[in-house]
Write a protein that binds this ligand. Structure first.
Ligand code: 5GP
Ligand code: ZN
Length: 112
């Protein structure tokens, strides 16, 4: 996807502050954090949102959640707690059409 910001971050065309990277995924700090700790976890494969997931992506999805667990430890929110959010489509305000999971923590989060 040529004009996808996250694909550009994966290719290194846009710099990011990386937390974790392997062949399948990348975790990096959000440029405009809405909590003291705000990390994004994305697959390197361009998938638009959760709505596009297919059976063949099940290992990738499990890998993402395993690494969300690991990233929470790296950034030090595993003991205090955190929230995982994936925005999908118009009403959610999804701005970047590349599947991503927000990890929010480092402080008490609003309950709604
Ligand atoms: P969405 O609203 O699509 O769920 O979230 C997209 C997130 O990507 C936003 O929180 C926004 O701050 C973040 N973001 C957008 N562009 C960049 C960028 O170039 N670098 C980083 N690190 N985050 C970005
Ligand atoms: Zn992309």
């Amino acid at each position: 996807m040529e004009d996808c910001i996250f694909c550009k971050i994966i290719k290194g065309e846009i710099p990011s502050k990386k937390v974790y990277e392997d062949d399948e995924i990348l975790a990096f700090y959000d440029i405009n954090p809405i909590a003291k700790v705000h990390v994004l976890v994305i697959p390197k494969m361009h998938i638009q949102s959760l709505l596009e997931l297919k059976e063949e992506n099940k290992d990738l999805l499990f890998h993402i959640f395993e690494k969300i667990n690991e990233v929470s430890k790296i950034v030090g929110v595993d003991k205090t707690g955190f929230r995982v959010i994936s925005n999908v489509g118009e009403d959610s305000g999804q701005a970047v059409k590349h599947l991503h999971f927000h990890i929010l923590g480092g402080e008490k989060l609003p309950t709604r």
